[in-house]
Design a protein around this ligand. Structure first.
Ligand code: UDX
Length: 451
């Protein structure tokens, strides 16, 4: 029996797809090492408890209206969630610990810790008052989590407005490998509300007992790990990519359309371009049509995820001709899709989960980042690892057609695929015995077992 058996972990994910998947993966990993798992979650975007019969799920009332939860403004959503979940979370956690204490007879013998998403900023005083060790789980790349704390300062100091457009392609010294034009795009969308939210995340993280990067590994974050250790002054664990431990997503908030797999079975090896912009991004109808025609004109078969709410004003005008070469689904089993022998490229928004999943399967990317960390992730893909091509924000049919042709081309495409193969092997080694993530996971388990 595992030595940590009998220990309990309480997990508190943010109710967003890109955050629930990694947290549930961590739950599965810890459960397989003998921990019992309790997941406290909101009513909004509640994870499917029936998919995880071995975990205990406790729902708290977030009291958000449907109008509030259907907003496309993620900062607003996170602010509202943090505001409305504090008391219900405190109540739920207190009750849970009281019942555990009454069983063990003593607070000290609880053998329990809390792991919450970095986006929850009210947990510190609650855990402290309950004498509960608390770790912060982060679903981003280490460098983007770190560097985001520099944004408020950059906004204040110099970058807005950027006077000289000739500087667009200059690197941002404080935020490598970001370019000035990326920074402008981030600062343009990020607000002062977000700056103060970010500040709270930083404080909550620094006051924690540890920081877990569940979707990253040393091999992808060499540039920033030692700096992050200095910044946060808490133990840092990079144990990813977490989806590699338990492949297949059983924590999808959307209904998965599996019909794309038999469709992929009929396509030639490495011929299909997979297109998905994650669970949050929305595009305009005009952008949708440009992408559609770019895909069609590239002559490459494509599989495109178009969520019901992802195109502003709907997709009624999809032309039949577009379907000739492609398949459109509302939600795909993405990890299975990326593994499929028919996939030759991924047109992605570079959410961190999608980026890592693509690297893990060795699928070269076409980068179309929209906001936040996506811009930094995309620069790593194209400028540092050189395993993809960048659309530079140009959603125009001829640009999209051109970039797809380049990716599938003999010379340029081949070199990108070769580099991707090397990166894939490096990342895969990290989760194997003696690999960096494997060792970091063992340290994490020893650490939380010692509480
Ligand atoms: C959000 C932010 O937008 C992103 O910038 C940040 O890095 C993480 O949080 P999201 O936009 O949803 O995430 O993108 P991403 O991180 O790529 O996560 C999407 C997840 O949904 C992936 O695990 C992917 O496998 C899954 N997915 C996506 C599916 O299972 N099916 C789909 O059709 C599309």
């Amino acid at each position: 029996m595992d030595k940590s058996n009998g220990l309990r972990v309480i997990l508190f994910p943010l109710p967003l797809q890109g955050c629930i998947n990694p947290m549930i993966q961590l739950a599965k990993i810890l459960h397989s090492r003998g921990f019992s798992i309790t997941v406290i979650h909101t009513r909004f975007n509640a994870p499917k408890a029936s998919s995880h019969p071995l975990f205990t799920f406790l729902q708290i009332q977030d009291a958000l209206s449907e109008t509030e939860t259907s907003t496309h403004d993620v900062t607003l959503l996170l602010t509202l969630l943090n505001r409305s979940c504090e008391s219900p979370f405190r109540e739920c956690l207190t009750k849970l610990l009281q019942s555990a204490d009454s069983k063990t007879g003593e607070e000290k013998q609880r053998n329990c810790s809390l792991i919450h998403d970095s986006g929850w900023i009210f947990t510190q005083p609650i855990a402290k008052s309950l004498n509960l060790p608390r770790l912060v789980l982060n679903t981003y790349k280490v460098s983007s989590f770190r560097d985001h704390f520099v944004l408020p300062q950059l906004r204040r100091e110099m970058y807005l407005p950027l006077q000289d457009s000739e500087q667009d392609d200059d690197p941002v010294q404080e935020f490598p490998p970001l370019l000035k034009k990326d920074l402008i795009q981030i600062l343009d969308k990020e607000t002062e509300i977000l700056d103060s939210y970010t500040k709270m995340i930083l404080e909550t993280t620094k006051a924690s007992s540890g920081l877990i990067f569940v979707s990253s590994c040393e091999e992808l974050d060499q540039d920033s790990l030692s700096q992050a250790r200095e910044d946060f002054q808490v133990p840092i664990f990079t144990i990813g990519p977490s989806h590699s431990y338990f492949p297949g997503s059983s924590s999808s908030l959307f209904t998965v359309d599996d019909t794309c797999i038999p469709w992929l079975d009929k396509q030639e090896d490495k011929s299909v371009i997979y297109v998905s912009f994650g669970s949050i991004t929305t595009i305009s109808e005009a952008e949708f049509m440009e992408i559609a025609w770019g895909l069609r004109n590239s002559n490459q078969p494509f599989l495109w995820v178009v969520r019901v709410d992802s195109v502003v004003h709907g997709t009624e005008r999809i032309d039949e001709q577009l379907h000739e070469k492609g398949k459109i689904v509302n939600w795909a089993p993405q990890q299975e899709v990326l593994k499929h022998r028919a996939i030759g490229g991924f047109l992605t928004h570079n959410g961190w989960n999608s980026t890592v999943e693509s690297v893990f399967e060795g699928v070269p990317m076409i980068c179309l980042p929209f906001e936040w960390d996506q811009l930094l992730n995309a620069r790593f893909v194209t400028d540092v690892w050189m395993v993809g091509l960048h659309l530079e924000g140009r959603i125009e049919r001829n640009v999209i057609e051109g970039v797809i042709r380049r990716l599938f081309s003999e010379a340029e495409g081949k070199a990108i695929r070769e580099r991707m193969e090397l990166l894939k092997e490096k990342v895969r080694r990290s989760v194997k015995p003696k690999g960096s993530s494997y060792r970091s996971l063992q340290h994490l388990i020893d650490y939380i077992s010692s509480f």
